[in-house]
Design a protein around this ligand. Structure first.
Ligand code: TMP
Ligand code: ZN
Length: 406
């Protein structure tokens, strides 16, 4: 397969073929099975700029739908995470004359809301209709559109340049990377900051969390790749902050000023990244080997438990789980059902493997002996809520970083 880097056009090196994949959020009804859409999910890397990216992408009209099923406010942990970020930024923003804050991919307005409550001029850019609507209802000024050079110009004309541009789990979804970074360059004040966070590729490597690879995650960034992309658009990476969200993320800070010195924390994180030798193919090859061995182990374990006659369910029908279930060929013959708190997923079937998705109260079934934790990145929140399962002898199964009982 010939594909070139979305940033520097250098040829991509494919390293992990996850097979034919349905859309990660394509939960469906039984009558829709025959028209289900599949595409080849292959992950590659550009050894020139270190950018890890999908080799192919599903047709864009298949991807963004009005009813994007995830609302930030539905996760307590994420709500808390964004409140803490807003609160850490507010004092400095409030000290500026007539400050202006933009968020790219603002979802239901959870991160911008504290700015709105503090009467800070702001705008969120959110392409999915339902979250954008909810965000407006919550008092957050929102544009229901994609962010690109045109949107940057539109905002600029109406509101002027931004002191702060925020984004969380948004940049890795935007295939038009050059439109995104040009937009940032246009919209950011000379002394403004861009702060964004996304799943961090070195964490994917060390945790073997290959389920971060799915249609919506076009890119898996590292500090090295972001540094190169930012500098090619006249922006400078000045800080990195490791985060535990989404199973391992990085918060990047960019500014215009080329002379700004990187923080000592960024220097040390970059040193750690250099040790991974991400400009060579070897780490990607050994990652792919580990992923295949994880698949064999997970299948073997589930097949063994099933042959002993146990009922097994899964917990949290996450986007990531579509990659795991389809790559490992885990269907209803191994998993009875998936419990999930999102009403729009309940009563439907999981993409590709067609496991029924049911409400969390099904988890109270005393016959359940084993539960596959698909929402491993929400482990703390889920285990704290489901203590009864363990107290009556239930066992959790994870596959991150390796297949084992918790
Ligand atoms: P995501 O990781 O793709 O955003 O999906 C998270 C899914 O996990 C979402 O459908 C809701 C579900 N979930 C639960 O069912 N119970 C929980 O306690 C948590 C935190 C999430
Ligand atoms: Zn490249």
């Amino acid at each position: 397969m010939n594909a070139s880097c979305r940033h520097c056009t250098h040829p991509l090196s494919p390293f992990l073929d996850l097979g034919q994949m349905p859309l990660a959020n394509g939960f469906l009804k039984a009558e829709e099975f025959s028209q289900e859409y599949f595409y080849p999910l292959i992950c590659g890397v550009c050894l020139n700029c270190n950018l890890v990216q999908l080799m192919t992408q599903p047709a864009p009209e298949k991807l963004f739908h009005h009813h994007y099923p995830f609302l930030t406010q539905s996760s307590k942990a994420m709500t808390h995470h964004f409140k803490a970020l807003a609160n850490s930024l507010l004092p400095e923003i409030k000290s500026l004359p007539d400050p202006f804050v933009v968020e790219i991919g603002s979802n239901d307005g959870t991160l911008l809301r504290p700015f709105s409550e503090n009467k800070i001029r702001h705008v969120g850019v959110e392409p999915s209709l339902d979250p954008a609507k909810i965000s407006k209802e919550r008092g957050v000024s929102t544009l229901n559109t994609f962010f690109n050079v045109k949107t940057a110009h539109d905002i600029l004309q109406k509101e002027g340049k931004a002191d702060l541009i925020l984004a969380a789990n948004a940049f890795c979804h935007i295939a038009d990377l050059s439109g995104l970074f040009e937009g940032l360059k246009i919209l950011l004040k000379p002394d403004g900051w861009v702060i964004f966070e996304d799943p961090y590729f070195p964490d994917v490597l060390t945790k073997n969390s290959y389920d971060q690879i799915y249609d919506e995650h076009v890119f898996l960034f590292s500090l090295l790749s972001i540094q190169k992309i930012a500098s090619s658009h006249g922006l400078t990476l000045v800080d990195g902050e490791p985060l535990s969200t989404h199973g391992g993320s990085m918060r990047y800070t960019l500014c215009h000023v080329q002379e700004t010195q990187p923080t000592p924390r960024l220097r040390s994180l970059m040193d750690q990244e250099l040790k991974l030798k991400l400009s060579t193919f070897a780490p990607y090859q050994s990652f792919a080997d580990q992923v295949h061995s994880s698949k064999d182990k997970l299948r073997d374990l589930l097949i063994k438990l099933r042959s002993q006659g146990h009922r097994i369910c899964a917990y949290a029908a996450t986007s990531k789980s579509t990659t795991v279930l389809n790559f490992c060929r885990i269907g209803p013959e191994l998993i009875d059902f998936i419990c999930d708190s999102t009403p729009s997923k309940q009563g439907k079937f999981s993409p590709g493997m067609h496991i029924p998705v049911v409400a969390p109260n099904y988890f109270e079934n005393p016959d359940l002996k084993y539960a596959l934790l698909l929402g491993w990145n929400h482990q703390e929140e889920i285990l704290a809520k489901e203590t009864v399962f363990r107290s009556r002898g239930g066992q959790w199964i994870t596959y991150i970083p390796e297949v084992r009982f918790l």
